[in-house]
Every structure is written in C-alpha cells, then in structure tokens.
Ligand binder design. Structure first.
Ligand code: ZN
Ligand code: ZN
Ligand code: ZN
Length: 556
C-alpha cells in the first residue's frame, strides 16, 4: 500500500467497534488500558492485536470501554456484537481503506441526520451481532487478584518514581434515570436542567442522556389535565395513578379542599402521609362558595371515588350546604345553638342533624357529600383553640406583649384576633419563656392545651385523651374563653375524631401549599396542563441508586 496519508487518522476510530470518535469525545489508549484489554479478550475470546501497526486504531471509544468493563465486572451490560471489528492491512486507499472511505465530516446534526456509513471491507470486517449461535458470553465468576488490583492501584502506589501511566479515573456514568432524579431533587426548572445536563455532558459524565428530553418532560402527565372556564382539573384520576405507577385505592387517600379569596384548590393527601400530595384541581377564578365547590367535585368525578374529605369548617359548610357566616346552627353534626352562651360548656349533647333539610336550621343547599365522609381538621381546630386562648390575654399584659414582639410578622390586629398558623404555634409551644409570663389560670389552660395537641390532635392518641380534652375545656371555661365551633367539636363530637389524627390531618395540605409555590412562580401563577404535568413529573423517582445523602422530599 502506498505510503500517502489516509484522510483520517486511524486513531480517530474505535479499535473495538470501528466507529468514529468525535474530536471532543474522550478516547482511551489501549496500550495503557489493561483492564479494558483483559475484558476484550474475555468477551471476544481473542486478544487485542496489531497494536504495533499503523493501519489499526490504538484507541477505544467510551461506549465500548464502558460496556466491556461493566460486563467484565459483572454488571448487566453487554456489547451489541459477538465479533468485534477486525483490522488487516489495507491494499489501497480507494477501495480498501477504512480511514479513507468512512466520511464522518460535514454531517447535519439532529434526529434526521444520515448516520455515518461504516463499510465491511477486506481490510476491516464489520462487527457481527449476537444471535442464537453467538450469545452474550458469561462474565468471569471472579476477577483475578491481578486484574482488580491493577485497576485500582494507581493511587496506592507508593513508589513515586514508578507511576504507571494512569488510566482514565473510574467514573460512574450518570444514566438518564439518575439525571432525571437529580433534576427532581434539585427542583430545577427545564432551562436549568438543560444547562446542568449540557455541562455534565461536556465533562463526559453522562451515559446516553438526552438533555432535550427535559423540554418535554411534562408531557407524560399533561393529558390528564384539562383547563376549562378557569378551572384546571384532573380529568382521569385513575389513569393518572396508573401512569405514576401506584394503585388507585380511594380509601388510602383523603381529599383536601382549600378555599381562600385568592383560589380554590383540591389536593389528594395520602393517609399516613408516606406518599406525596397530588394536586387535582385549581382555580383562581371560582368564587369561594357552594357552587364552586360543587363544580370542582363534579369535574374531578368525585362520585367515582368517594374519598373522605378534609378542609376547614368553612369548607365543611359548603360541602354540607350550610349557610355561611355566624349562624345559629353552624355545626354540621348537631343543632348546637352557637348563640346560647349560657348553655355552653354545660349542655353537651344537642339534637343530632338526621336529615339536612334545605331551608331549615341554616341548611341553604342540597349537601354535596355525606356527613360521614367529612374528616375533622386537627390543624384548623388547633388554630381555633389558640385564637380563643390569645383573645383572653390582657392586651397590656407581658404575655401578650411577648407574643407581639416574637411574632413580628403577625400584625397587632392578628395577634389580637389570635390568628396564628401551624409553624408559629409550634414555635410558641417550644418557647420556655412564654408560660412563665402567664398567671395561674392561664398557665393551666396553656399546659392543658399543649397536652391536647400532643396527646390527641397529633400523631399519638394518648390513652387518657378524653381526660386531656376535658381538662382543657374546664381550664378554657375558667379563663372565660368563648365556645367556638371548634371548641364545640371537642366538647360534643370526640367520637368523630380518627384514632391517629396526624395521619389524617390537613397539615399536609399546608405543606403542599409551600411546595407548589415554587411552581406557581415558575409558571407565573398560570395553573394549566403544563404546570400540573411538570409538577407531577417532579414527584417521580426512576433510579434505584442508593444515595449517600438522600433528598428530604417525599416522592413516589
Ligand atoms: Zn487510507
Ligand atoms: Zn467502540
Ligand atoms: Zn355539633
């Protein structure tokens, strides 16, 4: 063969598969890749040959290296072929020279680009795929001492004069499952996910990850959502559960409905709170009223699932068709007279509401759900108790001043009205100074309130929970606290509370609210199919890789 140079250098191609190695991609010198050569010989049952010849490549691509070495280590990997590309000396540059005939240049990039053609020549026979007669070989049972040590000895070698040519450090290559999970754990929006992907790719840390997939990641779940008249809702909840990969068992979930002047939303909360909360409806347009709640429940086909429902007592009022505002009979279970102050704390049982009759006893509409489907909202009750307690503190007292000072985010009016939210209550409960500022009656109320929260409204139901509640009510009465609807619930309907209030609380719904706030900002408050799809996508996990530092988020 004439000595003119080939169009391409032999080392622009992989010795093992023969594919062109892009200029910016890593290639591995066979001379120094002992482990790879061992794996090659074990897999193909022939040694790496012709490394002293100029007409054979002297390098391997990262794909071949990864597959062969992985297989050799016993991982579930294999090559695509049983016989690798075999190199012989070419006869001429025109008809028999791989390095002159393969044309990898000037290719269009992208999906429709024509693949590079790799010929089968006398001087370079193409790899032969695995088939029945050429199965994937069994990896060696145990690596010989020699090979495993030669693979990891680079750094442990104490003789600095004689450092073996270092092989490429052994990286774990990030799979697309790993990559997606990382994006989820970091909570990255699409553009940042693509940026991270492109960096990792440039550093050759990715294993076949398609970064542009991030752009369409929401599509898996968008079809399960519909946006109509300002309401974005899940149109096929069973189907969505299946797509997530969990069975749709309505008794394992409760539906949290929350309304405010800004929005109306419905979220499925897992009973026991082991799985993430699933948003199923959201509207910023629907008014905070009976009709809206009815439309929402019909949209998500509530009747097909009949979940238990949880929300504050205003929501319960909508669900039961009760008249809003401060009415005479605000309890959905009985005819407790909220205005008969003289009977409060004294009369415990009131006539039970057997049938909700439209037009009577503050029933304004046909109830949307059955009363037994409604769960007691422990957080809401906790906040209500706090409110009654703070209202009875003297505004000029040290204790009141202390609250005002320590919760500067709450306006004075809010402190005065006793409006606290969950985390703030937890903070006051943990505070050691606050109780010392209370007088004896107040302190007794405070301590019994705390006992009820930890022994009844939280994850544990104390054996003596009835006594804890009774003590608190006695103390609240002594302090002159008003009996509100929430206090009435503890006074008259203890039997309607679940054993483990924590597992059935609406507190998870509040937490969900914080999680989704991120997304609201990302999508400029536009609840639509894409945002919901993206949110649900973020709840999945694909990889089974055991991470040293786990993410705190709950996921499927
Ligand atoms: Zn040539
Ligand atoms: Zn290769
Ligand atoms: Zn009642």
């Amino acid at each position: 063969m004439s000595s003119r140079k080939c169009k391409y250098d032999a080392d622009a191609f992989c010795f093992i598969c023969g594919q062109f190695i892009k200029v910016r991609d890593v290639k591995y010198e066979l001379k120094t890749s002992h482990f790879l050569c061992e794996a090659y010989e074990a897999y193909f049952d022939c040694p790496v040959r012709n490394q002293d010849k100029p007409w054979a490549p002297h390098v391997a691509c990262s794909y071949c290296k990864r597959c062969l070495e992985g297989w050799y280590r016993g991982e579930k990997r294999s090559m695509k072929f049983a016989i690798p590309r075999i190199w012989r000396e070419p006869k001429d540059h025109i008809t028999d020279c791989y390095f002159c005939m393969v044309n990898p240049s000037k290719r269009r990039r992208g999906k429709n680009a024509k693949p590079i053609e790799y010929p089968d020549l006398e001087s370079s026979s193409a790899p032969i795929a695995h088939d029945l007669t050429r199965p994937v070989p069994e990896p060696p049972k145990k690596l010989s001492q020699k090979s495993s040590s030669s693979f990891s000895s680079c750094t442990s070698n104490s003789d600095k004069e004689f450092l073996p040519t270092p092989e490429q450090p052994k990286h774990y290559l990030i799979t697309s499952e790993d990559f997606n999970d990382l994006i989820r754990d970091l909570n990255l929006p699409k553009n940042k996910a693509e940026l991270l992907g492109s960096r990792l790719k440039q550093w050759n840390l990715l294993d076949d990850v398609k970064i542009t997939d991030q752009r369409t990641r929401h599509e898996m779940f968008t079809t399960f959502f519909t946006k109509e008249n300002g309401l974005c809702f899940c149109n096929d909840i069973k189907g969505m559960f299946e797509a997530i990969g969990i069975p749709c068992v309505p008794s394992e979930w409760r539906l949290f409905i929350d309304s405010s002047t800004k929005s109306l939303k419905a979220v499925l909360l897992h009973n026991g709170n082991k799985l993430p909360s699933l948003p199923i409806a959201h509207s910023v347009h629907l008014k905070e009223n009976y009709e809206s709640v009815k439309i929402l429940l019909e949209s998500v086909k509530y009747r097909e699932y009949n979940w238990e429902l949880i929300g504050d007592f205003k929501m319960v009022g909508f669900l039961m068709g009760l008249q809003g505002g401060y009415t005479k009979y605000p309890c959905y279970l009985c005819l407790w007279d909220s205005r008969a102050d003289s009977k409060h704390y004294i009369q415990r049982s009131w006539p039970v509401r057997t049938e909700l009759c439209v037009g009577k006893q503050n029933v304004k509409f046909e109830p949307i759900v059955e009363a037994e489907k409604v769960l007691m909202p422990p957080l809401h009750i906790k906040l209500g108790l706090m409110k009654q307690f703070v209202k009875k503190l003297d505004e000029t007292s040290e204790a009141f001043g202390y609250l005002k000072k320590n919760f500067p985010k709450l306006s004075e009016a809010k402190v005065k009205a006793g409006v606290f939210v969950g985390p703030q209550i937890r903070q006051i409960f943990a505070d050691e100074k606050f109780p010392t500022l209370l007088n004896r009656t107040q302190k007794a109320s405070w301590n019994s309130f705390k006992a009820v929260v930890s022994g009844f409204l939280g994850n544990n139901k104390a054996e003596n929970y009835e006594k804890l509640v009774e003590d608190m009510l006695t103390n609240f009465k002594a302090m002159g606290c008003r009996m509100s609807l929430k206090v009435h619930m503890l006074h008259a309907h203890l039997d309607k509370f679940k054993k483990n209030m924590g597992a059935y609380s609406e507190e998870q719904g509040e937490r969900f609210h914080q999680d989704i706030m991120n997304f609201e900002q990302r999508y400029q408050g536009q609840y639509n199919e894409n945002m919901m799809g993206d949110y649900i996508w973020g709840l999945l996990r694909e990889s089974s890789y055991e991470h040293k530092r786990k993410s705190k988020s709950v996921h499927f």
